[in-house]
Design a protein around this ligand. Structure first.
Ligand code: MG
Length: 248
């Protein structure tokens, strides 16, 4: 294909702030990613963190050894008091998908019902809880950025039903042990927007406001043992480097 046969133009103005012209024929095409046959299944370039078979990709946060949660029929389940688990894989800016089900048998109320959590980089918690007809404090409800921001909606399915989180996470930047830009979270729960580009105010904690603790550019995905047998399946991420670059 000759230059003039390639789609696009070379006689158009520069896009302000970019090195490319409008409809630039030399601008690289986006990489092809094979979409999943049905939504929620991992796309072609996903990094699979839990595929339903085993916990080889996970460790116990408490011991650093094997993760001791139960694996059964394609899902994993919290085994109370074995502690949080985290992925061996570490990542920064990413699109993350996971599915969870709070216990079909309803036990407890408020924060005691189906409580778990998804900790991005091991530190920043998106609450997992059964908030189906279960009042609790707003910034601790399902999909809350725990202790910071309530979700925009309560999108909970009934206890025992599988539900999805689709997360866009932009990792914080630190320089010289100071915060340059905070973590940013967009979250869809069962396809419903709970957060759009929330700028977090610190790591997750309980009944307090935690100061920033500078860390590296990548971290694990951590799942919380809050004493309830909540289940997870189909956990994957895609790195999204370049999301804020005009050079692409
Ligand atoms: Mg929790």
């Amino acid at each position: 294909m000759t230059d003039t046969q390639r789609p696009g133009y070379s006689d158009t103005p520069l896009i302000p702030g970019q090195r490319w012209k409008v409809h630039d024929r030399d601008r690289p095409a986006p990489p092809i990613v094979r979409p999943a046959a049905s939504s929620g299944d991992p796309p072609g370039d996903a990094v699979i963190l839990f595929d339903g078979r085993d916990l080889a990709g996970w460790t116990s946060v408490r011991t650093g050894g094997a993760a001791l949660w139960k694996v059964d029929s394609g899902y994993l389940e919290v085994v109370a008091r074995t502690g949080d688990i985290q992925s061996r894989e570490e990542f920064g800016d990413a699109q993350i998908h996971l599915e969870f089900a709070t216990p079909a048998e309803v036990v407890g109320d408020s924060q005691g019902r189906g409580n778990s959590g998804v900790f991005l980089m091991g530190r920043y918690e998106l609450q997992v809880l059964d908030c189906f007809e279960n009042p609790t404090y707003a910034d601790g409800s399902t999909g809350a950025i725990y202790g910071q921001y309530p979700p925009l909606a309560n999108a909970c399915r009934p206890p025992g039903a599988w539900q999805s989180y689709d997360i866009l996470f932009i990792a914080p930047r630190f320089a010289d042990d100071r915060l340059v830009s905070p973590p940013r979270v967009t979250l869809l729960h069962n396809g419903i927007l709970l957060h759009y580009d929330r700028h977090l105010i610190g790591p997750a904690t309980h009944r307090a406001v935690a100061p920033w603790a500078p860390h590296g550019p990548r971290g694990p995905l951590r799942l919380q043992d809050h004493g309830n047998p909540t289940r997870f399946r189909n956990i994957w991420y895609r790195p999204v480097g370049g999301w804020n670059s005009t050079a692409v």
